[in-house]
Design a protein around this ligand. Structure first.
Ligand SMILES: [Zn+2]
Length: 386
């Protein structure tokens, strides 16, 4: 059984221990006592070293803690363990912040935390019920930070499960419970590592809220993560503000105005494009000599681009009497067929039949139809058929 040093003191970053067991390959070791935190309760494992060999994973096996190493350990029985303190303290800040945030959401809005996840960039809690709108988020953030300024002590003690009162979330465990409390605010059964007082959380920034089934998932960052995140946000926003040569606070209004202007520009462009297509369709019709049957036939082949660009031209061409318009695109292999109302050609039926024969698919109405085929060979076959 491994004695868990982090249960009594989260601040132990270096410790002496004795190896009591190891795997045959020497890459997993068990110690009589360890300050290494194994993945548990939403908090990831610690990194660090044992006898100078890097620890790559720490696993809770119930009674024992397994330390997985980068290379086999050849040292003797007595070893020194060192915890990657920056990583651990970051986890302590996020995890303690989670207790605080969960307590605040419950205190202010009656929203219960049903799960917690601590990721590499940010952490999340899932709140039962809701909704959590931006006003709720801002109020919770203000209250949580106020509790940080009050620097309330966090206390860890062991109590019998039968006698433990006032827990935020009832524990299913039997026997001794490890209870983490924030003075005057919260009591939770938890095996994780926490800071000594709320002041060490530093600062809390609540970020986005997502609806996940019946819960609201709230993303948050504490301490150094909050500062780094705010710095990254600032830099991103600064780049945008430079594009607009505007002050940071004016950027949202500028972006909204630009989007509106772009939409209006796009609308005007579409209008001009359609007008141009009308001229092109009519010009093409004039420039095409009718066949002996009085039908004007035009074929246009595109290597690249979009058949949609020719649709309006085709429609304007076949708006005149006795005309048939075919356009193909090489990549992806596709075809467009349009026919005048008096041409006696049903574009939809004709193209559908030719597409089916060539292994393609598509369709349309009597006046205009469109489809695609699997490859260039099938496109040629289709053109011959048409
Ligand atoms: Zn905890």
């Amino acid at each position: 059984m491994t004695e868990r040093l982090y249960y009594k003191n989260s601040y132990t970053s270096e410790f002496q221990a004795r190896i009591v067991d190891r795997s045959p390959d020497g890459q997993t070791v068990y110690l009589d006592q360890s300050a290494f935190y194994p993945t548990s309760g939403g908090q990831p494992f610690d990194l660090g070293s044992i006898a100078g060999v890097a620890v790559v994973e720490v696993v809770d096996e119930g009674d024992r803690i397994a330390h997985r190493l980068a290379t086999p350990l050849t040292a003797g029985k007595e070893v020194t363990g060192r915890i990657d303190w920056d990583r651990r303290f970051d986890h302590m800040q996020q995890h303690s912040g989670q207790h605080l945030i969960s307590a605040v959401f419950e205190e202010l809005f009656g929203l219960r935390t049903v799960s917690f996840h601590l990721g590499a960039e940010s952490a999340t809690i899932d709140l039962e019920g809701g909704p959590v709108d931006s006003g709720t988020l801002v109020r919770a953030e203000q209250r949580a930070n106020q509790l940080i300024y009050e620097n309330r002590p966090l206390d860890v003690r062991f109590e019998d499960a039968k006698e433990a009162q006032g827990l935020r979330k009832a524990s299913e465990r039997q026997g001794m419970l490890r209870i983490v409390s924030i003075e005057g605010l919260d009591r939770s059964a938890c095996g994780g590592t926490h800071v000594r007082a709320t002041g060490e959380i530093g600062v809390i920034l609540l970020r986005k809220v997502e609806k996940i089934r019946q819960s609201a998932r709230v993303e948050f960052v504490c301490g150094d993560r909050a500062v780094k995140r705010a710095r990254a946000d600032y830099e991103a926003l600064t780049k945008v503000s430079q594009v607009f040569s505007a002050a940071l606070d004016e950027v949202p209004g500028m972006v909204a105005a630009q989007v509106e202007a772009a939409k209006a520009g796009e609308k005007a462009r579409r209008k001009v494009e359609l007008e141009l297509a009308a001229y092109q369709g009519k010009d093409l019709y004039q420039a095409t000599a009718p066949g002996p049957d009085g039908m004007r036939r035009v074929t246009q082949r595109l290597e690249l681009g979009n058949l949609e660009d020719l649709r309006a031209v085709a429609q304007n061409f076949t708006a005149q009497p006795m005309g048939v318009f075919v356009a193909t695109l090489q990549d992806p292999p596709s075809v467009l067929l349009a026919a005048s109302a008096d041409s006696g050609v049903d574009a939809g039926k004709v193209l559908k039949a030719a597409l089916t024969a060539a292994g393609g698919r598509g369709g349309g109405n009597a006046r205009i139809a469109q489809g695609s085929v699997p490859d260039a060979g099938a496109l040629e076959e289709l053109m011959q058929a048409l």
